[in-house]
Write a protein that binds this ligand. Sequence first.
Ligand SMILES: NC(=O)c1ccc[n+]([C@@H]2O[C@H](COP(=O)([O-])OP(=O)(O)OC[C@H]3O[C@@H](n4cnc5c(N)ncnc54)[C@H](O)[C@@H]3O)[C@@H](O)[C@H]2O)c1
Length: 257
Amino acid sequence: MNIGIIGFGAIGGFVARSIKNGTLKDYKVKAVFDLDDGKLKKAKEEGFYTVDNFEDFLKGRYDIVLESASQDAARRYLPEILSHGFSILVMSGGVFSDTEFKNKMENLAKKHGVKIYIPSGAISGLDGIEAMKFAGELKVTLETRKNPKSLGRNDMHEVVIFEGGAKEAAQKFPRNINVAMALALATEHPENVRVRIISSPEVHANTHTIYAEGKSGKMVIKVENVPFPENPRTSFLAALSALQILKKITQTLVIGG
Ligand SMILES: NC(=O)c1ccc[n+]([C@@H]2O[C@H](COP(=O)([O-])OP(=O)(O)OC[C@H]3O[C@@H](n4cnc5c(N)ncnc54)[C@H](O)[C@@H]3O)[C@@H](O)[C@H]2O)c1
């Protein structure tokens, strides 16, 4: 499988290196695109073919493109990537909080016979949520606890800084809460997903707790994330979830979600 990578930051760099070192044996990195000269230099030094503009990136032939740049980048590049017949793995899933955009992208993907993949990112249990929803609607709450520093705040005590719908959360915290959107999409009823974001000086690992309730029962999943050394705002698990979904795409024996 040929992969093109947009954004050679914490996640993009990690995925590229994981392919190069054989962790993902079925992939070959065909091109790395970034707007940052420093990142491009680094990618080139590590032996990757690099491009500094989207037009040249599109000239490549890919089975899949990894978007690991930003929500703005996802919004800007997705239509052309799909129209060129490339599937895409979108790390900046918050972009789909715009339902009109999401529907347009789904239609484009259908038209060109390609897929849009959204990883579970910094959370877990989306397979369970997707299974539970077959029994009817779900009530889901995502509680995210972060250290005030990672939210750009100086709180001395625990404080709820946001409580509301998943879409609003994704829009207000674009860097911190892509996970809310993945969860909302998994339930298919984003309006049933509530998000609580808590700034807590006592936590040092970003913690996400998902409470789901439906006809089949209740599910509670808590994930305590180790920050990624290259970008402490990103969780290590998010980068690993990109590997997980890429591997799943090529697997014959498919386990879980
Ligand atoms: N789904 C999740 O759970 C989850 C978790 C963590 C991060 N993310 C998202 O994944 C994305 C990447 O995260 P990261 O930690 O690797 O970020 P990062 O800041 O370490 O790297 C992003 C890279 O993309 C490049 N870039 C930015 N805009 C670009 C553009 N328009 N065109 C080309 N390159 C561009 C930057 O120069 C940088 O090298 C972010 O949007 C982040 O919010 C999602």
